[in-house]
Design a protein around this ligand. Structure first.
Ligand SMILES: [Mg+2]
Length: 256
């Protein structure tokens, strides 16, 4: 991983500064700082202004674990594509998949309510996002113990879900659900973009970082040795630096 430290380092993104690039971002921890209560997550004003500028110049998308409705209300800017539930929601042609996901989530949620009757679960919260569940333990007094409790309850779920761990959260997805990587490849095909830039920070974003596709440039917010991302930023606030670079006037023949 190489650090996009300054303007010189950012020049690796120069070939992306064309209207034929698809710009894709995760939300929490990428466009918005991580906060203790996820309901309070907002995109800072400067980031929003830069994002709006980019959205006026090129094709943009946000792919997040949040639901599409939640993203829509929270972003206050409209990218070309909003993909929610880790890649499952917002792409055309997967209505049957969504119906099945909704039924599975209702079943799992009921099973978890029974499971909580038999185990202490202070600070553990199940977020029902209609097509996936997220079991959060960020507010638990003892995170390690809470995680053990969550894992114990989740491994009892039937039918067996797909689990994707995140930051103080375990995501519960229908088996076979499309990943963020699948969603990004779908968007590349749909928009006929020549290339894509993806910036994310979470374990679910590894599905994009792992894509072995020369058209996709990947940036992780936060360095992680085991990540497959090509570049990294140290802090979430550095996203502004990248957005600013991308939206500046370019000397290329097809500038954005
Ligand atoms: Mg994130």
């Amino acid at each position: 991983m190489r650090y996009l430290s300054n303007r010189r380092a950012l020049q690796v993104l120069e070939p992306l500064r064309t209207s034929r690039t698809l710009f894709v971002f995760d939300f929490d921890g990428t466009l918005a700082p991580i906060v203790a209560r996820r309901a309070n997550a907002v995109m800072p004003g400067t980031t929003r202004a830069l994002f709006m500028r980019l959205a006026s110049l090129a094709t943009t998308a946000v792919i997040s674990g949040r639901s599409v409705l939640d993203l829509h209300e929270r972003l206050k800017v409209q990218p070309d594509y909003l993909i929610g539930n880790h890649g499952l929601e917002g792409l055309p042609g997967n209505a049957a998949l969504l119906r099945r996901a909704q039924t599975l989530c209702a079943t799992w949620r009921q099973q978890l309510e029974y499971a909580w009757c038999e185990m202490p679960h202070e600070g553990i919260e199940v977020e029902d996002k209609q097509y996936t569940l997220a079991v959060h333990y960020r507010l638990a007094p003892d995170a390690r113990r809470a995680r053990r409790t969550v894992v114990c309850a989740l491994t009892q779920l039937r039918p067996v879900p797909l689990f994707v761990p995140g930051k103080k959260v375990i995501n519960v997805l229908p088996p076979g659900a499309p990943s963020k990587g699948d969603a990004l490849l779908h968007l590349l095909q749909r928009t006929r973009a020549r290339q894509a830039l993806f910036i994310g920070d979470d374990d679910t974003d590894e599905a994009v970082f792992e894509l072995d596709d020369p058209r996709v440039i990947t940036v992780r917010v936060g360095r992680k040795r085991t990540s497959c991302a090509q570049y990294y930023l140290r802090h979430q606030a550095e996203i502004d630096k990248v957005l600013r670079y991308l939206t500046q006037r370019s000397g290329t023949s097809t500038p954005i």
